[in-house]
Design a protein around this ligand. Sequence first.
Ligand code: APR
Length: 179
Amino acid sequence: MNEDVPLDDGFVQVVRGDITRQRVDAIVNAANSSLIAGGGVDGAIHRVAGPELQEACRPLGGCAPGQAKMTPGFRLPCRFVIHTVGPVWSGGSAGEDGILRSCYRSSMRLAVQHGLASIAFPAIATGAYGFPEARAAQIALEELRSMADLSENLSDIRVVCLNATTFAAFENAMSHLLD
Ligand code: APR
């Protein structure tokens, strides 16, 4: 299958691309608990947003794993950035699944609270934090689908996969959920 064809189950779209280029109300950042810019998608978002983003994060006092905090998007094409902190994978028996579920739920709740119409997620925790992609994709789609009808406003929910392996993991997870 052509890996660039977006997947859509009627609730969530999964696309290939760069989250910093998404023209949505909010993009979600896979941050760390200090909210000081790191690498990966966090680094990319801060690079495009400009130095004001780090300034806006400073007074927030960090962010606990599974929680989410919002800032403006500054030079990004999106209005807001929702910063969330995923679990560091340590084998799966230290509550990692629950923290990852909470990342998606907390971010969606913030979007609904602010009346947003569109939101884009990266594959939280599957990079530096080492969360297995297949398991993360299943969790992400389960949580996003369960919250998709939380608000009529929030109708554009997407997962943006930078690379092919991540996209394939979501493709598999979506096909299993649709079985
Ligand atoms: N657009 C979309 N997805 C991206 C982008 C991008 N521009 N850049 C990276 N990604 C993807 C990665 O390919 C991976 O699938 O984001 C996913 C999450 O990977 P990481 O960015 O490494 O995030 P995470 O695993 O949650 O680790 C967070 O890394 O960058 C630091 O400060 C961050 O300490 C925190 C940790």
